[in-house]
Design a protein around this ligand. Structure first.
Ligand code: Z5A
Length: 217
């Protein structure tokens, strides 16, 4: 059986990735395509434990290099136990963040060496890249306002960052999209949800003719 397609969603905090990812799965369901919805860091029980380590604001310092290694450790677990098996059985995988997030957050946001990130990416998933990435782009203050209006509980290590950090992350994402326009589709996420979903459906529709794979029986 041919493998399913690998779709990723990216963007700054509060861009609407989780909301849109659920919508993408519903859209695929209407096309009779089986989809697996997942997220990073995390996605499996073990990778979610790594997520907890990397997000929680604990006593010990976590350097940008350590943060990068933990993102790839979680990713390696996720790929082996969930992403690759799902793609191989013909499901489409819809993943809320993947390696572009490491490029944007650790590379753009924290200044980690881009060549080193690419070398880790090559080792962890050299043969597998997303087929299509939806970059939900919006001005940082709108994203932060949306995220904070919804926030409940403790603020994590990223949510505690200042606006200037997210400005660097956003700029890094837009630069990635400029370099890879065939794969990374910039969606105007500042618009109302319905308009965002229309843009997303237009991109997904252009992935057609939808391959004769991963269809529900
Ligand atoms: N991270 C990293 O540094 N390196 C990596 O390699 C990876 C991740 C993989 C956790 O990610 C952190 O990990 C993340 C980057 C880092 N930290 N940050 N920032 P996460 O994806 O789990 O957390 P998040 O980015 O903070 O997600 P989020 O805040 O949940 O945002 P979202 O998923 O993009 O948004 P949402 O929950 O779908 O929507 C937010 C609210 O806005 C909600 O009330 C919606 O109803 C509302 N919304 C959504 N769309 C709209 C529109 N169009 N209009 C109005 N309101 C809307």
């Amino acid at each position: 059986m041919a493998r399913g397609l690998f779709i990723t969603l990216e963007g700054i905090e509060g861009a609407g990735k989780s909301t849109v990812a659920r919508g993408v799965c519903e859209w695929l369901g209407r096309q009779s395509i089986r989809a697996t919805l997942t997220r990073e860091p995390g996605g499996t029980a073990l990778a979610e434990r790594v997520r907890q380590i990397v997000l929680e604001r604990g006593q010990e310092r976590l350097s940008a290099v350590t943060e990068t290694l933990l993102m790839f450790a979680a990713r390696a677990i996720h790929l082996e136990n969930l992403i690759r098996p799902a793609l191989e059985r013909g499901d489409w995988v819809v993943c809320d963040r993947f390696t572009d997030a490491t490029r944007a957050y650790q590379g753009g946001g924290r200044g980690v060496d881009a060549a080193w990130i690419e070398s880790l990416a090559g080792q962890v998933h050299g043969g597998l890249q997303p087929d299509c990435t939806l970059l939900l782009d919006l001005p940082v203050p709108i994203g932060l306002q949306r995220a904070r209006s919804r926030q409940a509980g403790a603020v994590d290590r990223f949510e505690a960052e200042a606006q200037v950090f997210f400005e660097r992350v956003r700029a890094a994402y837009l630069e990635l999209a400029r370099r890879e326009p065939q794969r990374i589709h910039v969606i105007d996420a500042s618009l109302p949800l319905e308009a965002v979903q229309q843009q997303v459906a237009a991109v997904l529709g252009r992935l057609s003719p939808l391959p004769d794979q991963g269809r529900a029986p």
